[in-house]
Ligand binder design. Sequence first.
Ligand code: BDR
Ligand code: CA
Length: 324
Amino acid sequence: MEKIILDCDPGHDDAIAILLAAANPKIDLLGITTVSGNHNVDNTTRNALSVCTAYGIKVPVAKGSPGPLLIDQVLAVEIHGETGLDGPELPPASFELDRRHAVDFIIDTVMAHEPKTVTLVPVGPYTNIALAARKEPRIVERVKRVVAMGGSFSRGNITPAAEFNVYADPEAADVVFRAGWDVTMVGLDLTHQALATPDLQDRVRALGGSISRFILDIWEFIATTHGGLLQIEYPAIHDACCVAALIDPEVFSTEKADIRVEIAGHWTKGMTVCNFEKMGGMRHFGGTASEQVNFRHTVAMKLDHTKFCDLIVDAVERLTRQKA
Ligand code: BDR
Ligand code: CA
């Protein structure tokens, strides 16, 4: 069983990641932490609580950082709407937040478990994760790994070069990729293969019930914003890919690389520069000894769409059964 902390900014695809993590018996969801990203942290926290309330998910939810480390806040209102989760109807939250700040929740939880047993899954800007690593550096050694949605080696989605989660807090992403832990980058190159195709939508529709309705409403809303703004054929289920890979490592293939985050570039701020080991990996980034290459990051490459869809359908089935 994979023990995880899901650090998120719900967010439509974040909500699906929450459902997948809560439903699958291979995941032990230790807690949900929230961050500013798709919307402000008040809204992303309310959305996380509402999703948990609606579907009987009883895990601690801790509210986190209200904005990025250094830059001004960037929200994704044009993708996720005025509430951060426009479209589906959700009940008001009926349980209380954990009293701790998300950063302290992450530190306490990692330190309370055996070394190398807790995986961090950031699927919003990495502000909380970076702050936790700075506040208690021992967590870097102690976590099992970090499986993060964000970045890209091909295209961006908020600028031509940058993906939203990294662009919205590039300094935090820099801290996360520089830290000594094992990081898997689940970037747009992968998540743009994780589409809610008509076949997947039909399978979810056939299950009926309120969870099926919720997910279909998510896709209906996101189809308009992803299709219109990003020219993606069907809604991309970005964040759930990280959880899926922890349930079934075969859900995507990977390559080793050395990843650096561009924090200074005028046109390229937030870009994740990937130096792949296999593709004739460059021996240096900038020529100085401190920039020695180390192909220690993992990059998600090719999705097994069938396996991924099966996991989504299985989660809806399980939650529907539990609710009945
Ligand atoms: C990422 O940005 C957000 O809008 C999504 O929830 C996902 O985490 C994709 O770039
Ligand atoms: Ca997200």
